[in-house]
Design a protein around this ligand. Sequence first.
Ligand SMILES: [Fe+2]
Ligand SMILES: [Fe+2]
Length: 294
Amino acid sequence: MTESGVGTLFESLLESAGRLSFDPRDLSLDDESDAEHRYGMSPQWSPLFGTSTWHSMSESDRMRLTRHEVAHFLGIGIWLELGLQVALLRQNHSASPARPDVKFLLNECADENMHSLMFVNAIASLGVDFYSRDRMMTMFGWLFRTFAWEELAYGIILAGEEMFDVMQRDWMTTADVAEAIRKTAYIHVVEESRHMVFARRKLRDRLANASRARRATSMFVIAIGTHLIAKSLINPTVYEDVGLDWDTVKSDIGENEHHRMMFRRAAEPFIEFLSREGLLNRPTRWIYRRSHLL
Ligand SMILES: [Fe+2]
Ligand SMILES: [Fe+2]
């Protein structure tokens, strides 16, 4: 795409944001009592779905489990949204704000702040406390927001956005999922579709003329980042909070082919994009396979 073509793409994304955006502060969310009789997310997205632990639980316990799981998933979403803003605003601090891509980035940050606010309210409406990450993930978050160079930031963000997009398309259409989650998933899917177009374009442009060594390094670190996002979605505290034994849960999830299939499904659009762009090589394929994302 030519320089002016790229400018036009960013301008049309901005126009689209002007036409179709939401203010989640206007959103009325379920109260806690209603959410008690609902799943937090489509049950098939629970890493425990179909395991012996899952079968031993009553439906009400499964609903409760998925409310805790989704609270943690959304907490990871907030963490990614805040991290991407720090990384991208740091890189663009001195750029001209009149540039169409910088204008779109400012709009994207506005969206992300509203999403984080919307998610934290959705978590509260489920009657679940916010889960924080473990120390290791907090350290990786610091590395990301402090040192990620441009294509890394866009690549890792895109991985997270694509995975949430696949999951949330199910959540927003599953009838027994809490209304707060269905509504927030719908808004997120609509607004993130523009972010994904933006990130794909940025990643492509950044790597188009990069040296082989830089491409290989960036592809490798993006694969590690994607692996960490997938890994961070499973948090022992979530399972202990609903009274399950973590060792049993860990081994159930580890052997759960259904869970691996769902995570592969979540990562599929991202992996397909990488493959189309020639951004998969032997070491990164190995990492994606090891994390059950390929
Ligand atoms: Fe978002
Ligand atoms: Fe986004």
